[in-house]
Design a protein around this ligand. Structure first.
Ligand SMILES: Cc1cc2nc3c(=O)[nH]c(=O)nc-3n(C[C@H](O)[C@H](O)[C@H](O)COP(=O)(O)OP(=O)(O)OC[C@H]3O[C@@H](n4cnc5c(N)ncnc54)[C@H](O)[C@@H]3O)c2cc1C
Length: 283
């Protein structure tokens, strides 16, 4: 099925885009790596969301979710690992599934964690973001799994069923990896390095030899997600209509620049959908 609009991101920008796409009767699909954006859920007390004074992050998250659900909007809980444009339409990859859409709205937020040195350089040459897509390539081999979020532990366990030896680096407390061939390393890698392909993970005081590295996380940098996307000062470059440099691709929220705020993100989600609809009617 080809959608009119694909929305990526489940924060206020993504929710607002989804609500407005529904109101404008568009055939759309909405991807979000998890239920509510952690940037909403974690806020203690929010004082600047017009109409909702002194709301907690948990309450705002619930309100946003409930608004979408009450309109019959469903989010697809998948991390999009690549967006490719061919022949005037976009293909979005999520695990081993792909989806097609005429337009895309990127509501990705901003990443708190910088990529590991070498991570983006070796992507597709030994570095992967997707256990289900690339796990089979490492049957019987030695791999490292950088697990940024407890939600991805099951993917790390899955990789342990394929590889012979798995070095797991959990970036959170209370990890629970039970596979016998897993070795837990409680240090952050400083670099992923190699020649034509990855061959080692480097730490401050040591290194390990590996055939591949999986970096399991809920957000991927925009430039890695979409080749050729123009980035300026660390944000996706957009005009007032929130058009990017790629025809049919729009961006909204923190990923387009400061201020990083809920209302700005939600407002841009709305503008981006209107621009996408205008683009569709022009096509
Ligand atoms: C602790 C805290 C308190 C804050 N308090 C306030 C406040 O009081 N007032 C205020 O105005 N702002 C506040 N902010 C800022 C506010 O959280 C952000 O400006 C806002 O959440 C931005 O919304 P967004 O939709 O652009 O991005 P986000 O909320 O970051 O949402 C982006 C979502 O997209 C998902 N995603 C990213 N890439 C992919 C992908 N490839 N596939 C699928 N999903 C993907 C991410 O996992 C995330 O869930 C606070 C932030 C924090 C961290």
């Amino acid at each position: 099925m080809e959608y009119d609009i694909a929305i990526i991101g489940g924060g206020p920008a993504g929710v607002s885009a989804a609500i407005n796409a529904k109101i404008l009767n568009k055939k759309f699909i909405w991807f979000s790596s998890r239920g509510v954006s952690q940037k909403v859920a974690r806020a203690e007390l929010i004082k600047n969301y017009a109409g909702l004074p002194d709301v907690t992050g948990a309450e705002l998250g619930w309100t946003l979710n409930n608004h979408a659900e009450s309109m019959g909007i469903e989010r697809v809980e998948e991390v999009i690992t690549g967006v490719y444009e061919t022949g005037g339409k976009f293909t979005l990859l999520a695990g081993n599934k792909d989806f097609e859409a005429k337009t895309v709205i990127l509501c990705l937020g901003v990443q708190a964690q910088k990529p590991i040195k070498g991570e983006e350089e070796f992507l597709g040459r030994g570095v992967s973001y997707c256990a289900t897509c690339d796990g089979n390539l490492y049957k019987g081999k030695t791999i490292a799994v950088v697990c940024m979020d407890k939600n991805f532990e099951h993917e790390a366990e899955y990789l342990c069923t394929l590889a012979q030896k798995v070095y797991v680096m959990p970036f959170y407390k209370n990890y629970r990896i039970t596979a016998k061939n897993a070795e837990i390393i409680l240090k952050a890698p400083t670099e992923i390095s190699g020649g034509l392909k990855v061959n080692e993970v480097v730490f401050k005081d040591s290194k390990i030899a590996v055939d591949g590295v999986f970096v399991l996380k809920s957000a991927i940098s925009p430039a890695t997600l979409v080749h050729g996307l123009k980035i300026e000062d660390g944000h996706i470059s957009v005009n007032r209509k929130l058009e990017t440099n790629i025809g049919g691709m729009f961006a909204a929220g923190d990923c387009t620049g400061r201020p990083y705020q809920y209302m700005k993100a939600a407002g841009e989600g709305n503008v981006a959908v209107h621009s996408a609809v205008e683009y569709l009617s022009r096509r």
